[in-house]
Design a protein around this ligand. Sequence first.
Ligand code: PLP
Length: 356
Amino acid sequence: MTGAASTPTPQEFDRVLSSMCTEPHPAAREAAVAFLADNPGDPATYPAVADLEADAVDALGDVVGLSNPHGYVGSGGTEANIQAVRAARNLADGDVNVVAPESAHFSFQKAADVLDVELRLAPTDDDHRADVDAVAALADDDTALVAAVAGSTEYGRVDPIPALADVAGDADARLHVDAAWGGFVLPFTDHDWSFADAAVDTMTVDPHKMGRAPIPAGGFLARDSETLDALAVDTPYLESDAQPTLGGTRSGAGVAGTHAALDALWPDGYRDQYERAQANAEYLADELAARGYDVVDPVLPLVAADLPDDEFGALRDAGWRISTTSAGELRVVCMPHVTREMLDAFLADLTDVGNV
Ligand code: PLP
């Protein structure tokens, strides 16, 4: 860089409708800055952040219905999904496979690739949820893991987790639930998704999505300590003995931010946030349907709707950060920064581009 550099400014959120990231809670932002240089990857050298992480993992356990959780705060949902596959592979013998619905996040493809595990994808049903029979048909003696989604990336759907737990049990496989995005809204719904609802072995739940922690803050949680044991390697040159994480040096900011966000928001703040987000999603869905678009009913705060390509393109040109599902529908994630005013401005622009 040369000369008088202009001050770089981060993305403003006032037109961001497609992201699963959001503005961190102010207390989480402050805590993250304070712990920027602490490395929870070496807990014996950095005991302050290690203590915070233990508390944060306990608090995450409250969110996901697990009273004695084992886990850590990592880089995000991708890492946690890779770790779930890695633990299942390490605990099984021989060549293994993972069965997941087609709606599973693309991070499972990365997991299969780096871990050299076969990934079998089962079709979803008419409501974009895992088809239990299709998952069962793909599972066999070599299946180490059945993966389910609680809050899918494209449609916000919740797979039939208890039925998938039965499928995993019949195959003598483990069950992983990817609640990376859904984990901070599902506690306030009637869905069966948590460690308390089914025989779930591991879970992804990301504070840096609906949890309002700064990036990077992902959650990997396990019911049993043997899961982390299966992931641990010796760490001879550190003050600590072993490391179950995928990353080595990790972000103290993510840990401290997670701790502070949970402290500030669990449970009432997250409940309010969910209710506002869900109401916004239903409002947007109703408004889009009233304008004649086909809308996928928002089970969680995520709306998908069929929009002609030219209208989608014109909205992007107008500055809206929007994306499509793999089937080409507009996808709007009603994250905490998405307000009713934003949605009204978006709908006004949609009316304009529709009239051109
Ligand atoms: N799982 C689900 C359901 C997701 O929606 C996402 C990201 O959107 C991920 C995993 C991956 O998370 P990350 O981008 O934090 O690695």
